[in-house]
Design a protein around this ligand. Structure first.
Ligand code: CMP
Length: 140
């Protein structure tokens, strides 16, 4: 297995409920290292650009409204097989389908307010990390 990096977002429902530390504990307990982290309030334009792959979906407008409804915490996670590992730690997009012990099963409120985002492929991870972080901000 290769050491990989993936982009994580702790979403506005997580910052609102003050549970970012509990989520970071899940991340670190899964042998993922938080090698960059910052708190931001996304602009509408940033949210629309970040989620542009979903622009044709019916949920796009609501998704961008939700993602700009409060602060987020963006992170770079590093570890063995980090992209798939983090997706397993997050659980299914819809918390109703998420496995016990996953972040979304324990913390998510709905398919929209689902607490976390993680990159879905190596190419997406590279692009999403560059969207938020310069090389100087990532300390592996
Ligand atoms: P995320 O991993 O951030 O990627 C896109 C997000 O759209 C997803 O998590 C969900 O929070 C959100 N979303 C809202 N409605 C839906 C839906 N019906 N299907 C998939 N994703 C949805």
């Amino acid at each position: 297995m290769a050491t990989e990096r993936t982009l994580s977002i702790l979403k506005p429902d997580a910052t609102r409920r003050n549970i970012t530390g509990k989520i970071n504990d899940k991340i670190e307990s899964a042998s993922l290292r938080i090698i960059a982290q910052k708190r931001l309030w996304l602009t509408r334009s940033q949210a629309e650009t970040f989620y542009s792959v979903h622009s044709s979906h019916s949920f796009f407008n609501d998704l961008c409204t939700f993602m700009t409804s409060g602060p987020v915490v963006v992170q770079v996670l590093e570890g063995e097989n980090a992209i798939a590992n983090y997706r397993a730690v997050m659980g299914a997009t819809n918390p109703a389908n998420a496995n016990p012990g996953t972040i979304r099963k324990e913390f998510a409120e709905s398919i929209e307010a689902n607490s976390v985002h993680g990159s879905d492929s190596a190419e997406t991870a590279s692009n999403e990390i560059k969207f938020f972080f310069s090389d100087l901000e990532i300390v592996g």
